[in-house]
Design a protein around this ligand. Structure first.
Ligand code: HEM
Ligand code: NAG
Ligand code: NAG
Ligand code: NAG
Ligand code: NAG
Length: 533
């Protein structure tokens, strides 16, 4: 019926009017309403076609879950970590999953990870809410920055951290006092079940902070303990419900603030970030007062020198500025402490669980190092089994099991697939670390995995990626390895680590956590081996 089609009320008077209108205008049978309807229908059809084409799955996308426009594939009864773990099982070593409107590519095979992360188009950091919150959503610092900013910042940091590790005071001279501090702390409770968290956290932080800010702290320094708690809290928050905002950034503007704050902890992360920034700013201000230009004591001084230089260079392509320095300090503070102390805690637990390995390491130390001094870097060449043991700790811990996510900056070919621009790339390094293709006894703690035919330790090995690979590879690898060597060799020279009497501790992680593998908290007993030196 005409009136229905034109959306008119079926009134007889009106109908007769319309009929008369049509009758008297025989060549304009389409009433204007009718015309409008056609237009609306056409528009809707056009929109549907558009959405369909815009939403068409990119050609040669790795197999995986696609789902619906806007939301992607989100319907499942499984919790998020379980879902992503199923991806490889269902779709293989290069799989895709659309969440929201962004595609995540999960790569689980070593060769594919190597070629993906080695590709210049994959050197971009994922623009995740949970990362960018630390840089105030600015392209600053190292960890979450991109493009020329990242290149400059990374190069500058690599260059100057090396300077301060190997220049006036050697890296060793920076680390040894911290090793002694830790051993002292442990001595106070030797023979009793203990946690070593605080002493360790501060000792490890002191190393990076000496290089960056020429400062060190006592184990009971209230201020520094507060900051460490904040970092730990941030690590935990970052792998919690806030990840929803990484995939659905627009939810930030829609969700009620109690969800953003109470459930996702965004206000806490912001509060921690601001408190740290203020603390760092205060340190920079003090440096500005006490520095002697061109005679840097630490990273901050070197940065301030560079800042002045660039200010007077009209050709400079890069602005060094306070805000960038603060974000960089935050990056180094966070990336340079919790990672290393967490790995050390894994080592302690794994030694308690694997007494045979521990005995072997101690025998090696005893043969190479006189008992009246703790090991130093010259002893390293003679402590190859210990080095191999530390690599085995990295393998077992797989501290960042999925790496730190990257993003694809241009459509990129990988093993016959196309990774679309804007996709998130996660590399299951933990999958490589437990793959029988690369490891004789994948599940066993077996340092011999890293010993070559000549009895030397191999730090590079197929399937081994604790510091990632490619252009964004961890820039603190040398530092972390040196620290772990000096701390571990001294502690194992002095003490034997055991589970508390009648208990058997386990060295494992919380499987519901996706991004960082912290070892479950435990207590161990440190038994003195030699006389106090
Ligand atoms: C056992 C200790 C450590 C582990 C397991 C570790 C692991 C990692 C991993 C997996 C990445 C991500 C690389 C990528 O995006 O592909 C990374 C990045 C980074 N690490 Fe480490 N790291 C450790 C210690 C350190 C230390 C001591 C520092 C201090 C200088 C540091 C500074 C950084 C920085 C600044 C980045 C960002 C690099 C970039 O985005 O270009 N890390 N680390
Ligand atoms: C030290 O680190 C451990 C593990 O990360 C954590 O449980 C503990 O709370 C930390 N201590 C402080 C004071 O932050
Ligand atoms: C964050 O927000 C929650 C809920 O609104 C509140 O209980 C908490 O005190 C806030 N924390 C901080 C550090 O602002
Ligand atoms: C800036 O670039 C110009 C042209 O390349 C060059 O002549 C000049 O010396 C440069 N100035 C500085 C301070 O490097
Ligand atoms: C990564 O690989 C490990 C070891 O094969 C597996 O247990 C884990 O579920 C994988 N994680 C994801 C997210 O696929």
């Amino acid at each position: 019926m005409l009136e229905v089609a034109c959306g008119l009320r079926p009134s007889h008077a009106y109908l007769s009017e319309v009929l008369q209108f049509i009758h008297t205008h025989p060549f304009q049978r389409n009433c204007s309403h009718h015309k409008m309807l056609a237009e609306v229908l056409l528009s809707v059809l056009f929109l549907i076609v558009c959405v369909y084409f815009l939403d068409a799955k990119p050609k040669n996308l790795p197999p995986g879950l696609w789902g619906l426009p806007v939301v992607g594939y989100i319907f499942s009864t499984l919790p998020f970590p379980e879902q992503i773990k199923n991806l490889q099982r269902r779709f293989g070593d290069i799989a895709s999953w659309r969440i929201g409107s962004r595609i995540t590519i999960l790569i689980s095979d070593f060769a594919a990870i190597k070629s993906a992360l080695g590709h210049p188009n994959l050197a971009t950091r994922a623009d995740f809410f949970s990362f960018n919150i630390f840089s105030h959503f600015e392209n600053m610092g190292i960890l979450s920055s991109n493009g020329p900013q990242w290149q400059h910042a990374r190069r500058f940091a690599l260059h100057h951290l090396k300077d301060f590790g190997m220049g006036k005071t050697s890296l060793e001279d920076t680390i040894i006092p911290e090793v002694n501090q830790l051993i002292n702390e442990i001595s106070k409770q030797e023979g009793e079940p203990m946690e070593i968290s605080n002493a360790l956290n501060v000792s490890i932080l002191n190393v990076i902070w000496k290089l960056v800010a020429d400062r060190r702290y006592n184990i009971n320094d209230e201020e520094i303990l507060t900051f460490q708690k904040m970092i730990f809290e941030d690590f935990e928050n970052a792998q919690g419900p806030v990840m929803l905002l990484d995939y659905f950034p627009w939810l930030f503007h829609i969700l009620p603030s109690w969800v953003i704050n109470k459930v996702m902890g965004v206000n806490i992360t912001e509060y921690n970030r601001n408190t740290l920034n203020d603390f760092h700013k205060q340190i920079v201000e003090e440096h500005k007062k006490s520095r002697i230009p061109h005679n840097p004591r630490d990273y901050i001084d070197a940065y301030l020198d560079k800042e002045e230089e660039e200010k007077h260079n009209p050709n400079s392509s890069f602005k060094f500025e306070l805000f960038d320095l603060l974000i960089t300090m935050g990056d180094l503070f966070v990336a340079g402490s919790e990672t290393t102390s967490s790995t050390f805690r894994w080592m302690i637990a794994l030694m308690a669980v694997n007494p045979d390995v521990q005995t072997k390491v101690q025998a090696e130390i005893d043969a190479a190092v006189p008992r009246d001094r703790i090991p130093n870097l010259n002893d390293r060449k003679n402590l190859q089994y210990l080095e191999a043991m530390l690599n085995e700790v990295h393998r077992h811990a797989s501290f960042t099991p999925l790496g730190i996510p990257h993003m694809v900056s241009e459509d990129t070919d990988l093993e016959g697939y196309v990774l679309p621009k804007g996709s998130i790339v996660m590399a299951n390094t933990s999958n490589c670390h437990f793959n029988p293709r690369y490891w004789k006894y994948p599940k066993t703690f077996y340092p011999e995995h890293f010993i070559d035919e000549k009895g030397k330790c191999m730090n590079k090995k197929e399937g081994f990626l604790p510091f990632s690979i490619g252009r964004r590879v961890c820039l603190g690898e040398t530092l972390a390895r040196t620290e772990l060597f000096l701390f571990t060799s001294a502690v194992l020279q002095q003490f034997t680590i055991k589970s508390p009497p009648g208990e058997k501790i386990v060295a494992e992680t919380d499987p519901s956590k996706l991004i960082f593998n912290h070892v479950k908290p435990y207590k161990v007993v440190f038994e003195r081996r030699t006389q106090t030196i």
